[in-house]
Design a protein around this ligand. Sequence first.
Ligand code: AMP
Ligand code: MG
Length: 416
Amino acid sequence: MTDPITAAGCGHDAPAMPLADALERIHAALTPITGTRRLALRSALGQVLAQPITAPEPVPAHDNSAMDGYALRSSDVGNGPLRRVGSAFAGHPFDGTVGPGECVRIMTGGVVPAGADAVVMQERIEAEGEQITVNDRPEPGQNIRRAGEDLRAGDIILDQGRRLTAADLGVVASMGRAELAVMRPLRVAFFSTGDELRSLGEALGPGDIYDSNRYSLYGMLTNLGVELLDLGVVRDDEAALQAALEQAARDADVILTSGGVSVGEADYMAHLLRRHGEAHFWSIAMKPGRPLTFGRFDSAWYFGLPGNPVSVMATFTQVVTPALRQLAGERIPAPRRFRVACHSTLRKKPGRQEFQRGRLLTTADGTLAVESVGRQGSGVLRSMSEADCFIILPADCGDVAAGDTVVVEPFAGPLV
Ligand code: AMP
Ligand code: MG
């Protein structure tokens, strides 16, 4: 990367870079971690798979019944009553063969006995003692779940680089597998910068505010399954910043800071990063979240986020999240975005790509739409709390009228 590093002001006057360009540059710079570890299946939830998972055996292992009913030979039906010769319950197969004119009582999940080629549900038969009368002829294969219908032996079931979901745990368990190789978790150190910031439990002096960024960052980082190192609040002081960065770089793969991007404060950071690694100060054409620093401090990657609480969350989701996922060895799917009608009027000046906060809603006719959560200032953190999606407005667009179509990106939810 060849960004000129400007001195005072750190590029605040430089033309703003489109977000997509910044993402491309960061993507090109990063190399994923390589360490792996073996984990018990449950502990692997939310972790990144280090090897592809192949099914050793078909699942299910045998043809089995999808219904409670009778296993029979479909060609027998219509030739008079069948004789019940046994039963096949889940976990208790019938070990004989169904011969001509015979049938076997079978329950859901029971192994389809040899000779039978269909299952008729119990509601479709008349039973008199061992005599079973079936009126409608079943198709061969009817109500039978085939061996390998879920997983075929030898198929790659889960790709390397996949972040394991609840469904994945179930799929792996269905193969009888108790352990998985996953990437070691990424270690992320983070701190807030600012002389005005107080930690929870401290009293506020005049002009002080509570440090909220460390809490929203804690939440978002935890959702990504990384290991956290919370270094608290660091004063706007070069020596204090240096000490915090050195500790962070010793113990973590990635350092995240928020605040300290205004002229003056940013000079310390520029100085420290240049002495200890590399620094790229960008003004990103996104709102909220204009200033962003990316680089290295000693052996750790460094992301310097803006101070405003909404900017922190917007830049974290759009810039830091894909970077951390890439570093963690994850294969990252494209963001989930789609177009819906916007039920609110949105104010916007052409110039920057905006990430306004919205709430998805279902209209009376069942279609999805979005509405604004209201005030959109970069200090109005409540807007993030009330929202469940970003409304993404392109740089060149202006005000949006109610009824116009907009692009939305739902916030990531829990893994199913
Ligand atoms: P800065 O980039 O340091 O100039 O910060 C920009 C704005 O964000 C200022 O109003 C700061 O007080 C506010 N801010 C910075 N850090 C935090 C934080 N950790 N929690 C809440 N607000 C913050
Ligand atoms: Mg500050």
